[in-house]
Design a protein around this ligand. Structure first.
Ligand code: RFL
Ligand code: PHB
Length: 396
């Protein structure tokens, strides 16, 4: 089997890339280990930067996003029992974010690939990548895998490693060729999906002496809520009742007027938190994109957006190569992406550092965090910096 670009992974990075390449007349094949249903039901991100939403709309996969996406012009930071709004309309030149779940983005893209006759192999096993080293340029890159009970070998010009943090593409690069920058946080998030109308029109990021809490949503009927917990927290220790109780405490206001609406919990899970970057994001004819190359803690709501901005750069570089034979943009892929990656890393680390409880014994740190929150919500310069990062920095 042959194609121009072999794509490993059908998350946002892999599917957006395949879609963008198709629009440029470039053929690709996507290989994914999970089933389509699994990928479409996996509860993950919920916030699209305006640039991400615009890209999906402009490339013809935004119909449902337009119908069901919730446009948010601000977020609330809640601390000391009071809410403080960050107004994007005013502070970020009218830009906004769109609440639309990642699993729907993925479903919309699967539909688009299918309608265009795109080849996507799901439930693939034993996926491995070969001959992508430029030194062995006599041979073309290959992806081997098993699917539908058969062994396949896909020969391509380039491989896109879009297989997430635990994928096989990054570890297939000789270790000496990569530098890893890593930070693991001493906490995780316990997240729930609840059949309850969101108790606020906008997201609430709450700093509390018992730990961070976040109120988010998926639709006017479904809330998504998180509480900071231990990184290895046993979900078995958290009854529904205990989760709601903790959310009431951490999100509550001093005047007692704000009410959190409860509802049946549809799903719950614990996520660890880390910051991670690999440099460079390219080795020979293998290009890493999205979580395969970098992880951000979810506090800035950036992971999926960063995955999409990587593949936008990659699609443009591949289009230039196939049109003109020029490799200059491909050679620049890593440098272009990493500029944005590090700015987003900085923002996600900063939001995380400001809002989480790091050390219950360190009263100095807690006072410093409260001062930071006070500054961010009272200085126009500081709130503008938060707003412009949250809605998404310009593409380049
Ligand atoms: P994905 O989505 O992990 O997709 C990788 C795909 O590769 C498959 N795979 C393989 N396929 C073939 N062969 C192999 N050997 C393979 N190994 C793995 C996997 O099954 C999978 O389908 O990576 P991608 O495409 O780079 O996308 C990244 C995003 O998924 C991720 O950054 C976001 O979900 C992060 N994130 C958020 N991002 C946002 O932009 N906004 C948010 O509000 C936001 N909230 C979140 C988040 C992530 C969270 N969790 C669960 C980590 C909230 C949470 C709680
Ligand atoms: C979500 O809705 O899942 C969500 C929203 C904002 C974040 C992280 C996750 O910062």
């Amino acid at each position: 089997m042959r194609t121009q670009v072999g794509i490993v992974g059908a998350g946002p990075a892999g599917l957006v890339l395949s879609h963008l390449l198709h629009l440029q007349g470039i053929d690709s094949v996507v290989i994914e280990t999970r089933s389509r249903q699994y990928v479409e039901e996996r509860v993950r991100a919920g916030v699209l930067e305006q640039g991400t939403a615009d890209l999906l709309t402009e490339t013809g996969v935004g119909a449902r996003l337009k119908r069901e996406g919730l446009i948010h012009h601000g977020i609330e930071l809640r601390f000391g029992g009071r809410g403080h709004r960050i107004d994007f309309q005013d502070l970020a030149g009218g830009r906004a974010v769109i609440i639309y779940p990642q699993n729907k983005v993925v479903a919309d893209l699967f539909d688009a690939r299918q309608a265009a006759g795109g080849r996507v192999f799901v439930e693939a096993e034993d996926v491995s990548v070969h001959d992508f080293d430029d030194a062995s340029s006599a041979a073309k890159p290959k992806i081997r895998f098993r699917a539908g009970g058969e062994s396949h070998e896909l020969t391509c010009d380039f491989i896109a490693g879009c297989d997430g943090f635990h994928g096989i593409c990054r570890p297939s690069i000789p270790a000496g060729a990569l530098t890893i920058y890593d930070r693991v946080y001493p906490f995780g998030w316990l997240g729930i999906l609840a059949e309850a109308p969101p108790s606020s029109d906008e997201l609430i990021y709450a700093y509390h002496e018992r730990g961070f809490a976040l109120l988010s949503m998926r639709s006017p009927e479904i809330s998504r809520l998180y509480v900071q917990c231990a990184p290895d927290e046993d979900i078995g220790n958290w009854s529904d009742e205990r989760i709601w109780q903790e959310l009431h405490i951490r999100l509550g206001t001093a005047d007692g007027k704000w009410k959190l609406t409860e509802g049946p919990i549809l799903q719950k899970g614990v996520t660890g938190m880390r910051s991670f970057v690999v440099e460079p994001m390219q080795y020979g004819r293998l290009f890493l994109a999205g979580d395969a190359a970098h992880i951000v803690p979810p506090t800035g709501a950036k992971g999926m957006n960063l995955a999409v901005s990587d593949v936008r750069v990659l699609a443009r570089a591949l289009a230039e190569f196939y049109k003109s034979g020029k490799r200059s943009l491909l050679e620049d892929y890593s440098r272009i992406c990493l500029r944005r990656v590090w700015k987003v890393q900085r923002f996600s680390w900063w939001m995380t550092s400001m809002l989480h409880l790091f050390d219950t014994d360190n009263a100095f740190d807690q006072r410093r965090q409260l001062a930071e929150l006070d500054y961010v919500t009272s200085s126009r310069a500081a709130s503008q910096s938060l707003a412009e990062n949250y809605v998404g920095l310009p593409m380049e």
